[in-house]
Design a protein around this ligand. Structure first.
Ligand code: HEC
Length: 129
């Protein structure tokens, strides 16, 4: 009994510690869901969806050479932690008419991990240390 309580406390402590590298690593696994349509990295190209290098901080629908939906072009959004999270949790609710076919990722921790992963890439696709 005592052991179980202690183990529980240790788990809780681990879960509440800031662990950015771990978050990004977890996010990379979740990013597998996005990879069929999106690329990141120095050789990233626009595919079904636009390349996502440096997307956090960028105005929505503005990547050069990619043909966005009118809905995305006119969304007026800038991608930051909250707009990104809302979009990924429910793309069609955040940007009605978006042509991104993705049901949504509801789990906030997983969305945060995904964000930690994507934030590593600057506009040129270089990964920050
Ligand atoms: C089936 C293909 C597909 C999948 C899967 C997909 N996307 Fe997309 N994504 C798109 C398309 C297409 C667009 C362009 C939307 C538009 O123009 O309305 C887009 C747009 C975006 C944008 C806006 C980019 C910009 O330049 O404004 C972000 C951010 C984004 N996707 C992130 C993700 C993430 C993160 C995932 C994985 C959780 C994901 N997408 C999964 C196809 C996809």
């Amino acid at each position: 009994m005592k052991f179980a309580v202690l183990a529980g406390a240790a788990l809780l402590a681990a879960a509440t510690q800031p662990a950015r590298a771990q978050d990004a690593a977890a996010g990379e696994k979740i990013y597998a869901q996005c990879r069929v349509c999106h690329q990141v990295g120095e050789t990233a190209k626009n595919l079904v969806g636009p390349a996502l290098n440096g997307v956090i901080g960028q105005k929505a629908g503005t990547r050069e050479g990619y043909s966005y939906s009118e809905a995305m072009k006119n969304s007026g959004l800038t991608w930051n932690e909250s707009t990104f999270a809302e979009y990924i949790q429910n793309p069609r609710a955040k940007v009605p008419g978006t042509k991104m076919i993705y049901a949504g990722l509801k789990d906030e921790k997983r969305v945060a991990d995904l964000l930690a992963y994507l934030k590593q890439f600057d506009a040129a696709g270089k990964k920050a240390e």
